[in-house]
Design a protein around this ligand. Structure first.
Ligand code: SF4
Length: 274
């Protein structure tokens, strides 16, 4: 690290769009700190893709970098095209739970299956924040939202476990109450290849927190801290006990060949056999 960290070095001079207390600030900070600590003086070697939702504003247009702000749920297919054309660049997707595992779910699964060489950072605020707080695929069971005033009757989707089963090279979950661990996971992921997925459980005080009884963003962060357990600690707990816990840590770290490596291996083999 040549100089002290400042987010300003990596940001355009624009007013950020997030509500006071939003977890998006923490995730943005963690990402830029990770980039800084890895020695990147700027974001020239990165391309960012994002879809629709509050979290998708993290990179675009605020990062001083090339970014593509695309359709709802379509950031991963756009990132696929970018990576295939420019395998030399770090392609990073930012998105919310609705964008990545709601409307974009099949793209997420197939990118993990193919081991596409991108890093996906999903900010999970457990609700559709930007559109007013509707129930999302990640909303906890029985929790009230604007569209489930008596509580959600659906079980939430565990995106990290899905990434593991689908074939990701790396998958981790942390919360905004763990900024250092989150930053370290991002640093680790940026140094790896293949499909890398990080879920950052995050507070949305505007459309979620106040509806479920949290008076401030700080209360939510405290709740995250007190209710998080490591993967190792979760081993002995029943499924019922786990419904009120956030399991954090590295869920998988493996070294499958990436989509780019597989494609070029197939091309080489085909050329040699002609
Ligand atoms: S609505 Fe929620 S997620 Fe969106 S910026 Fe405000 S606090 Fe953040």
């Amino acid at each position: 690290m040549s100089e002290s960290f400042s987010v300003k070095k990596y940001l355009r001079d624009l007013k950020l769009p997030f509500c006071p207390g939003c977890g998006a600030f923490t995730v943005m900070n963690a990402f830029l700190r990770a980039v800084h600590e890895l020695g990147y003086e700027n974001l020239e070697k990165f391309v960012f893709c994002s879809g629709i939702g509050c979290s998708s504003w993290i990179p675009s247009p605020y990062f001083l970098a090339d970014s593509i702000h695309t359709l709802h749920g379509r950031s991963i297919p756009v990132a696929t095209g970018v990576k295939l054309m420019r395998p030399d660049l770090n392609v990073v997707v930012f998105g919310g739970d609705g964008d990545i595992v709601g409307i974009g779910l099949s793209h997420f699964i197939h990118a993990a299956r193919r081991n596409l060489d991108v890093l996906v950072i999903m900010i999970n605020n457990m609700v559709y924040g930007m559109t007013g707080g509707q129930v999302a695929p990640t909303t906890p069971f029985k929790v009230k939202t604007t569209t489930t005033p008596y509580g959600s009757f659906e079980y939430p989707l565990d995106a990290v476990k899905l990434a593991v089963v689908a074939g990701a090279n790396y998958a981790a979950r942390w919360t905004t109450a763990h900024p250092t661990e989150l930053k370290e996971a991002i640093k680790k992921a940026l140094k790896l290849k293949g499909f890398r997925f990080i879920e950052a459980v995050s507070q949305c005080p505007t459309a979620f927190g106040r509806r479920v009884g949290f008076k401030t963003a700080a209360e939510m962060i405290k709740w995250f801290k007190e209710n998080s357990i490591t993967l190792e600690e979760s081993g002995g707990l029943s499924e019922e006990d786990l419904t009120t816990k956030i399991v954090v840590g590295d869920f998988v770290h493996r070294d499958r060949p990436t989509l780019i490596e597989t494609i070029y291996a197939v091309i080489k083999e085909a050329q040699e056999s002609e």
